[in-house]
Ligand binder design. Structure first.
Ligand code: ATP
Length: 336
């Protein structure tokens, strides 16, 4: 049987009549890297603050390691939090920042534990540095060391890498994942960056307007999105609204797409599944070719329809006619 470190059931939290969390249910396994992914304002931070105990739910329950947290203050919960803006104490050096929680706990061997935590985040020897002299990446590592040093059961990370530039962020993503594995700690990670969530997580919950629309491993969420919102937020897609008769879906503008769906549906094809000039298909005109190094996006127009393809084999230029095609099995059916 699975052991859950975090169990959130039917949680509702409103601010002034608006629900930031509107009936959230999720369960996070011990040692799992679990991400909450969603656009700004969808309620990710609120959910995190509820788990940490900075807010209490209007409805529903939150359990940590099987214990109901109703009425339990933040410092009595076996969690720690890492914030986007690091929230370091500027008047303390690196060791002072990392030791802070241990001092409050009056823990033994503070010096040794601080050293070990700094080693784990790649800051060995930084003990006496003033935090004001650290780079953004070093500040975030210090904040991370401070959060893990007390050995919490669950670490809550609220967009911890979003203030860093892309290269640094990618390096730290890898390190964070390695650190999480080696500690075996449960991570609840908040991000609005879909690539980050897909790359790092064991499972992802995609949030929209206070609700979770889908929870699953990254590949499942990307390849079989449950809703149109998930399909559009986790990656990009070409969408077709139409009516299916069991063999074909026909769109209002006369397109027919091979698909066994019945009734009103939305079909979605990922750009990387679209072939340009790969055989017979929809007649289109190439509008833009956006070279991105590892991939090339081709924007095409077929009537009123804008299509995006990512086809490494296509050699086309803006203004040229082209055919657009895909395999029937690459069409995803989404509820309308
Ligand atoms: P972001 O990525 O921008 O931080 P988010 O998904 O974390 O967004 P939340 O910060 O949880 O979203 O906010 C969800 C909604 O709840 C927003 O509309 C926000 O304005 C509102 N909200 C959050 N906290 C409060 C508060 N203390 N008082 C009033 N409204 C709040």
């Amino acid at each position: 049987m699975d052991e859950f470190d975090v169990s959130v059931r039917g949680v509702v939290k409103g601010f002034g009549g608006r629900r930031a969390c509107d009936g959230i249910t999720l369960q996070i396994r011990r040692g799992e890297f679990f991400s909450l992914l969603g656009p700004s304002g969808c309620g990710k931070t609120t959910l995190m603050r509820l788990v940490a105990g900075f807010e209490s739910p209007d409805e529903g329950t939150i359990e940590l390691a099987g214990r109901d947290m109703a009425g339990v203050p933040p410092h009595r919960r076996d969690v720690n939090m890492v914030f986007q803006n690091y929230a370091l104490f500027p008047h303390l050096d690196v060791a002072g920042n990392v030791a802070f929680g241990l001092r409050i706990q009056k823990a033994p061997d503070i010096e040794g534990r601080v050293r070990a935590a700094l080693e784990q985040v790649g800051l060995a020897g930084y003990e006496r540095r003033a935090v004001t002299t650290l780079s953004g990446g070093e500040q975030q590592r210090t904040a991370l060391a401070r959060a893990i040093v007390t050995g919490p059961r669950v670490l809550l990370l609220d967009e911890p890498l979003s203030a860093l530039d892309l290269k640094l962020r990618q390096g730290l993503q890898e390190e964070l994942r390695r650190l999480q594995r080696s500690l075996g700690m449960t991570f609840l990670y908040v991000t609005h960056d879909q690539e980050e969530a897909l790359a790092m997580s064991d499972r992802v919950a995609v949030m929209n307007a206070g609700r979770i629309e889908q929870t699953g491993p990254p590949r499942e969420v990307y390849e079989t999105p449950a809703t149109r919102f998930v399909a559009g937020f986790v990656g990009s897609g070409n969408f077709f609204d139409g009516r299916g008769d069991g063999t074909m879906v026909r769109t209002a503008d006369g397109l027919s797409i091979e698909c066994r769906a019945v009734g009103d549906v939305t079909l979605m094809v990922r750009p990387e599944k679209v072939r340009v000039n790969g055989g017979p298909g929809l007649a289109a005109l190439v509008e833009e070719v956006l070279y991105q190094g590892a991939s090339t996006s081709i924007v095409l127009r077929a009537g009123d329809r804008r299509l995006v393809a990512e086809d490494p084999d296509a050699r086309v230029r803006p203004g040229e006619p082209a055919t657009v095609s895909w395999r029937p099995e690459d069409v995803r059916v989404l509820p309308k």
